[in-house]
Write a protein that binds this ligand. Structure first.
Ligand code: BES
Ligand code: ZN
Length: 445
């Protein structure tokens, strides 16, 4: 007997495919090979293509002339699991409790992409053919900025020719509410490193005369925002497109208000840029976030030192029409100008991904909306989201094709956090959604 959809998903979830850790690269290859074998078993022509980073899985249905071609994109890499002690069950041993699958990657993105895989596999099994030609592109570096995928797209441009792209790597506004995401924020990363004395110094013998690198890190990080919560880098907001009035109105009618957000996050209060509500701040306004600060004595008790160095990791979330490279250069100049004497500052620029915005009411958006209605019933929520999938904008630039974002994750899926989860019902609905979507896209006017 063949394994059930949920059993198969659990197999996929057992690979610890954490893309940030170099020592995991064997697990990523094993995961890619497993997925590729699954595609082959479904009757697709599949291969694992090496890249300078983690490999890409590329699978294609037997091309039938005259049909539209849909590229389905997702990622098999996952985020690190720490703090691992906060997981109620081990992150790579999927556990099903009350109809919900708990595992790293269950929502982001293995559960969501695998729903598409099984949708296609089941259609082929039942009908012997698909309503469209399908190309699957499943990468292993999304969680680390997809830095090798643009070159991959350029090198394989011909065989990636398609009419439209479908991605399930976003969320739903609530359980059972069909959701089409028409905008994502971009992201740009930097790390600032401040160094001072050549080694940690006695703060009594030298304190007062030698600059403290950690104080400088704190000053620089604090300078990123003004007292009202706006980003203080000159020019940061210059290219930002204002929210359309229809968006503000439509979003105001959606469930999930600020009370739910407080509950969901456990934060004691909300904050942000003046003039916008929480949803607008997350979906349509740019931000600067400090993701990590380090340096100095971290042990128990006190240690009277001037640390020799410190660092901060910062990312910016960006909206149309901000340019990640310009923002990073502006941030570097801002930090350098503010760095006091007595220390050395190094600003290392990291990955950069552009924001995405499409018209949900166009031809393809209409087909996606109908497929969502058929699958879930009820009215489709049209939203933007604050997360980033850097390659979506690149698809448009390199392949000239629009992407439909049909998310299946719930607001409390805990992506990137301990106890990440995905309801079995959403996974099974995702399989049906794939089938409705391919049917609609095959016949869209
Ligand atoms: N699936 C997310 C993106 C996402 C999350 C979109 C929630 C919409 C709502 C994706 O896997 C992700 O986490 N992307 C990273 C990209 C970064 C590492 C370059 C992100 O947004 O932090
Ligand atoms: Zn993610």
């Amino acid at each position: 007997m063949s394994p059930s959809p949920v059993d198969e998903l659990c197999e996929f979830l057992r690979f610890p495919s954490v893309s940030t850790s170099a020592e995991r690269s064997g697990d990523l290859v094993a995961c890619a090979e497993w997925l590729s074998r699954r595609f082959s078993r479904a009757g697709l022509e599949s291969r694992v293509v090496p890249t300078p980073g983690h490999p890409v899985v590329l699978a294609k249905s037997r091309p039938r002339p005259g049909l539209r071609t849909v590229l389905i994109y997702g990622h098999y890499d996952v985020q690190p699991v720490d703090p691992v002690e906060l997981w109620e069950s081990p992150p790579f041993e999927p556990s099903i409790r009350d109809g919900v699958i708990y595992a790293r990657g269950s929502a982001d993105n293995k559960g969501q992409i695998f729903a598409h895989v099984l949708g296609v596999a089941q259609t082929l099994e039942e009908k012997g053919e698909l309503p469209v030609n399908v190309i699957f592109l499943v990468e292993g570096e999304e969680e680390v900025g997809s830095s090798h995928l643009e070159d991959f797209l350029k090198a394989h441009r011909e065989e990636l020719q398609c009419d439209v792209i479908a991605v399930s790597d976003t969320g739903m506004v609530g359980a059972g509410i069909p959701t089409l995401t028409y905008g994502l924020r971009g992201v740009a990363a930097l790390e600032l490193k401040v160094s001072g004395p050549s080694r940690d110094l006695h703060s009594g013998i030298f304190g007062g005369a030698v600059a403290n690198p950690l104080s400088v890190v704190a000053r620089l990080v604090a300078a990123l925002h003004d007292a009202d919560g706006r980003v203080a880098i000159p020019g940061f907001y210059d290219a930002v497109e204002p929210l359309a009035e229809w968006e503000r109105e439509a979003w105001a009618a959606l469930p999930m208000g600020e009370r739910e957000l407080l509950e969901l996050t456990g934060a004691p209060g909300l904050t942000g840029e003046p003039g916008y509500n929480a949803r607008e701040r997350i979906w349509a306004r740019p931000t600067a976030e400090v993701n990590g600060i380090g340096g100095g004595f971290q042990g128990a008790g006190t240690k009277t030192v001037i640390p020799s160095h410190g660092f901060a990791k910062v990312t910016f979330r960006l909206v149309p029409q901000q340019e990640p490279e310009k923002i990073l250069e502006a941030a570097r100049a801002f930090l350098e100008a503010r760095c006091p004497a007595g220390v050395r500052l190094e600003v290392d620029l990291g990955h950069a991904g552009q924001p995405y915005l499409m018209d949900p009411r166009g031809e393809w958006g209409g087909a996606a909306t109908r497929a969502l209605e058929r699958t879930f019933g009820g009215q489709v929520a049209l939203i933007r989201e604050g997360g980033s999938i850097p390659i979506i904008n690149t698809f448009e630039r390199v392949l000239g094709v629009e992407t439909l974002l049909l998310g299946l994750a719930l607001p409390d899926c805990r992506a990137h956090s301990p106890n990440e989860n995905f309801p079995v019902a959403n996974f099974l609905a995702g399989i049906r959604l794939n089938q409705e979507l391919l049917t609609e896209l095959g016949s869209a006017e």
